[in-house]
Design a binder for this molecule. Structure first.
Ligand code: PLP
Length: 407
């Protein structure tokens, strides 16, 4: 046996402290890091059961729901898609999935693995699906679910949910909504908007570490799940058995990542301490300033319709003269800032600037704009010095004046 690998001494873990202005994961509040370091207890410890109760109370507050079935799945956001789609669809069912980017495409891909017949309604990246097209596609059919992404992270598009609720009602369908990139940043009220299954991810606007997918299920969907003819293909993501642990009996299902639950609980506690409306507005104001800044530097946005701009992800077209990888590497090496490139058809065409949860702060927006200006100028772009930061400062001043006038 070669001795090589066994002789290698591995040093202490020392990850760099990056500013994560990406579409997730986002930077984490120090208070959430403290929760992560708290002592691990058993998953059936009486104290932990109370911690679970509190986690579910907070999750209902963040989702704005009284749904009994509300819990964090032991999974990243993709697990939420899988649970939502595979629990509802059976042999003989039909579903419509609205696809306007990489992640709604993932919902379609996952739905294809169910035995149901799936219709894909697709629009180009950068736009939202028209609910009218869902109405047309579903006319005369028995549609079990309509699925879509509230915030499509790959293209920075937000979809208005109410028109889809209306169409789903007309079709007699359940509405399944991916809020991985929008929960705690975009206005959402699960009960008022009568959404049937809504899931998210811990690592985006909640600013907890990746690895938990909060999910909530309406009472009428619970009924649908109870009446399934066959068991869900996935044992791990079968929502009815998973709820035996998160329900009143607290029966063992699997050993959950205790520390990640602490972190999520703290991240949601901070969200509610701030207040949902205040948090939504904070995201909006910071994105407005970021947009003012990038436009003042002569950069163009991918999403043309301001009403369709997702507050957490601002996609910016990469100018022809700028090298994508070099630009992002310099931001990382020189300023410790991570942003993301494009994916799918938008690879090497856009940068995605993330403003999620703890990251969505004035100081971060101004730093990012200043750093982008420096790196663009280094690559030969001609930008008036301070144009981006100046425009952002004016945008903040306008927002602050509007608040002062209201008070
Ligand atoms: C809208 C959306 N849905 C689903 C996912 C998948 O989540 P994860 O990568 O946590 O599995 C993402 C990830 O970025 C996302 O943005």
């Amino acid at each position: 046996m070669s001795e090589g690998p066994f002789k290698t001494l591995i040093g202490e873990l020392t990850p760099p402290m990056r500013l994560m202005m990406t579409p997730g994961p986002s930077s984490i509040d120090p208070r959430v890091y403290r929760a992560l370091a708290a002592p691990v207890v058993g998953h059936l410890d009486p104290w932990f059961k109370t911690c679970m109760d509190e986690t579910q109370i907070l999750m209902r507050q963040v989702f704005q729901t009284e749904n009994r079935v509300t819990m964090p799945l032991s999974a990243s956001g993709s697990g939420g898609i899988e649970a939502a789609v595979l629990n509802t669809l059976e042999e003989g069912d039909e579903a419509i999935v609205c696809v306007n980017g990489w992640f709604s495409e993932r919902m379609y891909e996952i739905a294809l693995r169910s035995p149901a017949k799936i219709t894909k309604l697709e629009v180009p990246y950068g736009r939202a699906v028209d609910p009218q097209d869902v109405r047309k596609a579903g006319a005369g059919k028995k549609i079990k679910i309509v699925g879509l992404a509230h915030g499509e992270t790959s293209s920075g598009v937000v979809t208005a949910l109410d028109p889809f609720r209306k169409v789903a009602d007309e079709l007699g369908a359940l509405l399944i909504v991916d809020t991985v990139a929008s929960l705690a940043a975009e206005p959402l009220n699960v009960d008022k908007q009568r959404l049937d299954i809504v899931f998210s991810g811990s690592q985006k606007a909640l600013s907890a570490p990746p690895g938990r997918s909060p999910i909530t299920v309406s009472p009428r969907t619970e009924e649908v799940l109870r009446n399934r003819k066959k068991k869900v293909q996935s044992w791990y993501f079968d929502l009815t058995t998973a709820m035996n642990y998160w329900g009143k009996d607290r029966l063992y299902h699997h050993t959950p990542p205790i520390s990640l639950i602490y972190a999520l609980r703290e991240a949601m506690r901070l969200t509610m301490e701030e207040g949902l409306q205040v948090r939504w507005e904070r995201h909006r104001v910071n994105q407005q300033a970021l947009i003012a800044g990038v436009e003042a530097m002569g950069l163009e946005l991918l999403v043309k319709n301001p009403k369709e701009r997702l507050v957490t992800v601002t996609p910016v077209m990469i100018p022809a003269s700028i090298d994508d990888a070099q630009f992002r590497n310099q931001l990382l090496d020189e300023f410790n800032i991570e942003i993301a490139g494009g994916i799918g058809p938008l690879k090497a065409k856009i940068w995605r600037l993330g403003l999620m949860g703890y990251c969505a702060q004035k100081a971060n927006v101004l730093l990012l704009l200043a750093a982008m200006e420096k790196v663009l100028v280094d690559q030969g772009a001609r930008i008036q010095a301070g144009a981006g930061v100046g425009a952002a400062i004016r945008s903040y001043a306008g927002a602050e004046a509007a608040v002062a006038t209201k008070a």
